[in-house]
Design a protein around this ligand. Structure first.
Ligand SMILES: C[S@@+](CC[C@H](N)C(=O)[O-])C[C@H]1O[C@@H](n2cnc3c(N)ncnc32)[C@H](O)[C@@H]1O
Length: 330
């Protein structure tokens, strides 16, 4: 089996603002609040909370503030909305409609910046914070909903893929709330593995697993065990959060583990910034992958797709057979 090494790049000029590429700070570190909290809650939760219960103190930002008892009146709605890869056309119609209906939109600055102007202009309030601060940002969204506002918390891809849907329910529960009281709903988006798979051809057609190399919430030992578990099994592997300056070793370790189990000729697709101005796609092989850790194409806005033992490259596309060829002649 052989692979061609091909690279394609989006032609539009780059105005790179992707803060995922800057995930150098230890999360939980400083977060600036760019728009002040204004949900109108009647909270009295002792100093560390904003008017919506969200912390404004860097040191204490990961502490949950107000509980449901601090809010009066009917709660509003809380939606976790997935934006897909980046470009507005990549958003589902359901996600666009949900955002158009939302009174308040809460999200990481990079994702808020990806929203079309007509959506942000129509919202009553936008609450955006830079990277990290996921807990305080999610709590802010919940408190705004508990205070009676219809709120959308947004993120890239899908809210169920390394994202905030679970955190929202966990925090809601810790506040003594219920999902039904805020009519909580997840509005799915196209996950990065699928957006990137589409750029590469058809690499995900058979059994696929995702592994995140971010050791912010999962110890690297556990990530290594997971890689050892999936590497020999014939799955296509989608690697999220592959590299940052502070996580170079995670990427190298991942390559070493995959190479312990798989042939260096195994096709690998690398997609940086799918749907963004600086999109780049490259099809290479596993033996070459370690070198890309120090190149522009691999960073925290990249997803890597490692083919299974049957994946091949044909005419610049990765192809993972589904198995039809074992039953049919074509
Ligand atoms: C915190 S995870 C969020 C995943 C997201 N919820 C999803 O469903 O795709 C961030 C990782 O997703 C991947 N990612 C997000 N947007 C991407 C894009 N436009 N192109 C390539 N990979 C992307 C990268 O691996 C990045 O490090």
């Amino acid at each position: 089996m052989s692979t061609d090494d091909t690279t394609t790049e989006a032609s539009s000029s780059s105005t790179e603002t992707e803060a995922e590429t800057e995930t150098e700070s230890t999360c939980g570190a400083s977060t600036e609040t760019e728009s002040s909290s204004s949900c109108g809650a009647s909270t009295d939760s002792g100093g560390t909370a904003s008017s919506c219960g969200a912390s404004t103190d860097d040191e204490e930002e990961e502490e949950v503030g107000a509980t449901v008892d601090d809010f009066e009146g009917e709660p509003g709605r809380l939606l976790a909305v997935g934006l897909g890869p980046g470009e507005p056309e990549g958003m589902t119609a359901r996600a666009s409609a949900a955002l158009a209906d939302a009174e308040h939109i809460v999200g990481y600055t990079t994702y808020i910046d990806l929203l079309p102007d007509e959506i942000t202009d129509d919202a009553d309030d936008i609450y955006s914070t830079p990277m990290c601060g996921e807990v305080s940002r999610t709590e802010e969204a919940i408190d705004r909903a508990l205070a009676g506002n219809d709120v959308a918390i947004v993120g890239s891809g899908d809210p169920n893929v390394y994202a905030l849907a679970g955190l929202a329910l966990e925090i809601l529960q810790s506040k003594g709330g219920t999902a039904s009281a805020v009519d909580f709903e997840v509005v799915p988006g196209v996950p990065a593995a699928q957006s990137c798979g589409a750029r590469l051809g058809a690499p995900l057609v058979n059994d696929t697993v995702s592994v995140s190399l971010s050791d912010h919430l999962t110890p690297m030992d556990d990530i290594e065990s997971r890689l050892h578990a999936v590497a020999p099994e014939g799955f296509t592997v989608a690697i999220y959060n592959p590299w940052s300056r502070k996580r170079r070793e995670n990427f190298q370790r991942c390559c070493e583990i995959l190479l312990e189990h798989r042939d260096p000729d195994t096709p690998v697709g690398v997609v940086h910034g799918a749907g963004r101005d600086d999109e780049k796609t490259r099809i290479t092989d596993l033996g070459t992958l370690p070198e890309l850790g120090e190149s522009d194409i691999v960073d925290m806005t990249t997803t890597i797709v490692v083919g299974n033992e049957e994946t091949y490259v044909w005419d610049g596309r990765m192809v993972t057979p589904r198995g039809y060829e074992t039953k049919y002649d074509y």
